[in-house]
Design a protein around this ligand. Structure first.
Ligand SMILES: Nc1nc2c(ncn2[C@@H]2O[C@H](COP(=O)(O)OP(=O)(O)OP(=O)(O)O)[C@@H](O)[C@H]2O)c(=O)[nH]1
Ligand SMILES: [Mg+2]
Length: 360
């Protein structure tokens, strides 16, 4: 899963990247003005399961973060590697500056996160309109010159893009209005920014950390939508705390009233936004967390693990992670009649521990 951290200049994108990667992952500059980091999503359930089965290895879900340079400076469209990374991203983390700081001037002179969020969204809408217009021009040429079957395909694509254009002209970000899976798929290759699920991340100042939850709740009220989520954190503080030994960080948090670790909270918001459920495989060699879209079947889950396992699927043994922990082992669960036998159409539930029986 690839997430691109975007926003206006000096919003705190790099600070957010540092906060999310420090203590969890590894960061490496890719030499193109964009840093890339891997973050393992912390999950207590996974640790407990690993311990229960005496796993040699525990593998959490990993997300790849891209710290993007500021986009749309002087209205320029993203180019080259930035455009590529954006097109590939599964979702955006849109950082909006709410922190006051005299030595970091804001381009417009004042701090107003709502204004900035609207301004950046407007740029994304324009960006997408540009993409659609360029594509429509090409299709127009094809429609005039190509063979009949190609013309018909071009016509269908053109019709779809014209519908999308109406939405964009109407200033509707696509993420919250195009909801049909088939249409999202058909549009996936165009790299439309407003089609990507987005987490709006309000970057608050150090003096406001005690009010984080209130600020977050107010913004949630305002922005939450089908595939738009909201979270708040003080990126610089979190980046610094993430570098400290856990005990020390905890003391600081208590002193500042900074609440629980904000980075886990942000990652949880991302998971929620993407509509993912987590399931586990509890092997002795490797106990592992996986994500899959909400509403996916156990057969699709098998496919996530390995295509061979999907192909040879017989049935799955399923139990909720906490039930397994309570009963102590798969054997005990089986004896207690709590290890369910599920067929291929079973819908995976959050926290399921799945063992697929298959033949190859
Ligand atoms: N006080 C305070 N300063 C912050 C916070 N977040 C970022 N900053 C500072 O603001 C400046 C800009 O932050 P960056 O994280 O570099 O912002 P950016 O969005 O990556 O900037 P560009 O990549 O240049 O567009 C830096 O000096 C940060 O230390 C914050 O939460 N509180
Ligand atoms: Mg930066």
């Amino acid at each position: 899963m690839d997430l691109a951290i975007v926003g206006l200049p000096f919003a705190g994108k790099t600070a957010v990247f540092q906060a999310l990667t420090a203590g969890h992952g590894s960061a490496s500059a890719d030499g193109r003005g964009e840093a890339i980091g891997a973050v393992k999503i912390p999950d207590e359930r996974l640790q407990k399961l690993g311990k229960l089965v005496g796993a040699k290895k525990i593998t959490p879900v990993e997300v790849i973060l891209h710290d993007m340079p500021a986009l749309f400076e002087r209205g320029a469209a993203p180019s080259g590697s930035a455009a590529e990374s954006l097109a590939r991203a599964d979702a955006l983390i849109h950082v909006a500056r709410a922190f006051e700081r005299d030595d970091v001037p804001h381009p417009t002179g004042t701090i107003d996160a709502d204004r900035d969020i609207a301004a950046f969204e407007a740029e994304m809408l324009l960006n997408d309109l540009g993409i659609i217009d360029r594509r429509l021009e090409k299709i127009d040429t094809v429609a005039r010159t190509a063979r009949k079957d190609e013309r018909e395909a071009a016509q269908r694509e053109g019709d779809m893009l014209k519908r999308v254009k109406v939405l964009l002209d109407d200033e509707k970000p696509l993420r919250d209005v195009i909801l049909e899976e088939a249409e999202i798929k058909a549009l996936a290759n165009f790299g439309l920014l407003t089609l990507k699920p987005m987490l709006i991340l309000i970057n608050i100042g150090e003096s406001e950390v005690a009010k984080r939850d209130t600020i977050e709740a107010a913004s949630r009220e305002r922005y939450t939508n089908v595939r738009t989520s909201v979270a708040a954190l003080c990126a610089r503080l979190e980046a610094e705390l993430a570098e400290l030994p856990p005990e020390e960080a905890k003391e600081f948090r208590e002193e500042m009233g900074a609440g629980e670790g904000a980075t886990d909270h942000v990652l949880e918001a991302v998971r929620e936004m993407l509509g993912l459920v987590t399931f586990f495989t509890a092997g002795e060699k490797d106990t592992r967390a996986w994500t899959i879209p909400d509403g996916a079947t156990v057969l699709q889950a098998a496919g996530r693990i390995h295509t061979d396992i999907e192909r040879g699927f017989i049935r799955a043994e399923v139990i909720a992670w906490d039930k397994l922990l309570e009963l102590g082992s798969h054997n005990e669960a089986r004896k207690a009649g709590q290890l369910r036998q599920e067929g291929r159409t079973y819908l995976v539930q959050e926290g399921d521990v799945i063992n697929v029986l298959f033949n190859v």
